[in-house]
Design a protein around this ligand. Structure first.
Ligand code: PLP
Length: 417
């Protein structure tokens, strides 16, 4: 293998995603004093604007110098006490890892197992919540977009299940691979803790754990006795009130975040969601119509607009497809994780992308599949994607108002807890 691969590496893992040139340039700054009187302009502006991305008027957003995993921990330890009961479902590696963390932190997690390829089992959630007449369950976990399997769950449905059961548990949602890519509405859906990270829809490097917290969750903090220090929201609240952080923030990341938010608001959130759906539909056309392969997601209602997990035929190791794509064609595809390792590869289609960039991923995946002996028709994936994209609009037909950008085009009103 040559030591240098000419041209660009095509990055199609579902995070980290491509960082736009504008964001990269914004991050190339000399270091500054994070205690200067000017610093709060930057910190306050990003903290305020992130609330628009979470679609919350009433909640507060926090930024930790961590990855999404840190924000998972912050959400749990700031609002729960040891041995508190949590209801969760496992249907992929990331829903699994959050459950694993909750168990290791000493909570009593009731796990509803679902097939990998399915999403949050709403009926079973409602059943369990109704049966919990003594309101022992303190937290309900839901992974909005399971990145390992390419499955999006119905978070409004989880809120409806809680409301139908008249249950006061806090609703914890993982939005790491959905925020700023797939519609997410913290206030409308009564989400109490919304966990995210910088390296996906926000188009930044990894390095920020981002957490949206509702008023109800903030009120739960004083009585939550889990041990916490680095991730203590009380310290953050105190420091953020004057525009500072309790420890040294990553300045380039904050400048990068400022620029990525500028791009997001220039594009418009609803246009971004529309574009992600449109791009995802082209990829799905390549997979199902072009290659005649199956997605891991078991039904269209679960199809993710940010990542497609593609099952390879029996007897083929998907790891080989990924390795050939990387070594021979300079294309990074996502691997199958844990239970689905070797069975699938993933194409991430989120962030700063367009059709022809995705054509590179589809063409490269196709060549790598042919190289390892998967009998797809050469050009079939590209052909199916191009048929889809050439006959569909990348932007909504009608102009989306500023209000809709914030509150959503099909807002059915609030279903808060
Ligand atoms: N949750 C989901 C859905 C993810 O996709 C990831 C990472 O890919 C995480 C959580 C963990 O985030 P991080 O790797 O930023 O700690």
């Amino acid at each position: 293998m040559p030591t240098r691969m000419p041209g660009r590496n095509l990055l199609f893992v579902p995070g980290p995603t491509n960082v736009p040139d504008r964001v990269q340039r914004a991050m190339m700054v000399a270091m500054e004093d994070h205690r200067s009187s000017k610093f709060p302009e930057l910190s306050t502006s990003v903290l305020t604007d992130l609330r628009k991305v979470f679609k919350t008027d009433t909640g507060q957003v926090f930024i930790f110098p961590s990855s999404g995993t840190g924000a998972w921990e912050a959400a749990l330890t700031n609002t729960l006490s040891p041995r508190d009961k949590i209801l969760a479902s496992r249907f992929g590696q990331f829903s699994h890892l959050w459950i694993d963390m909750a168990q290791r932190l000493g909570y009593d997690v009731e796990v509803l197992e679902a097939d990998w390829g399915e999403g949050v089992p709403l009926e079973r959630y409602e059943e369990r919540l109704r049966a919990d007449t003594r309101k022992k369950i303190k937290g309900v976990l839901a992974c909005h977009n399971e990145t390992a399997t390419g499955v999006t769950s119905d978070i409004a449905g989880v809120r409806r299940a809680l409301n139908a059961a008249g249950h006061p548990a806090l609703l914890f949602v993982d939005t790491v691979s959905s925020l700023a890519s797939i519609d997410f509405r913290m206030d409308d859906w009564g989400v109490d803790l919304a966990v995210s990270g910088s390296q996906k829809g926000l188009m930044l490097p990894a390095g920020l754990g981002i957490l949206g917290v509702s008023r109800k969750a903030l009120e739960a903090m004083p009585s939550a006795t889990s041990r916490r220090c680095y991730f203590d929201l009380a310290d953050m609240i105190k420091a953020n009130a004057t525009g500072y952080f309790p420890y040294t923030p990553s300045l380039p990341m904050l400048y990068g975040l400022r620029e990525s938010l500028n791009i997001i608001f220039e594009d418009g959130l609803e246009n971004i969601f529309f574009r992600h759906h449109y791009l995802a539909q082209g990829v799905r056309a390549a997979v199902t119509q072009g290659w005649n392969l199956q997605l891991c997601a078991k039904a269209p209602k679960w199809y993710s607009d940010t990542v497609s997990a593609i099952m390879v035929p029996e007897g083929i190791n998907a790891g080989h497809v990924i390795d050939v794509a990387f070594r021979r064609y300079n294309l990074a595809l996502g691997a199958g994780l844990a239970k689905v390792a070797g069975k699938l590869f993933r194409i991430g289609h989120l962030g700063d992308l367009n059709e022809l960039m995705l054509m590179g991923a589809i063409a490269g995946a196709e060549m790598a599949m042919l190289d390892v002996g998967i009998k797809v028709a050469p050009g079939s994936g590209v052909g199916a994607a191009s048929s889809y994209w050439r006959t569909h609009d990348p932007v909504p037909k009608r102009k989306v108002s500023q209000e809709e950008q914030f509150y959503g085009a099909h807002s059915t009103g609030s279903i808060q807890g």
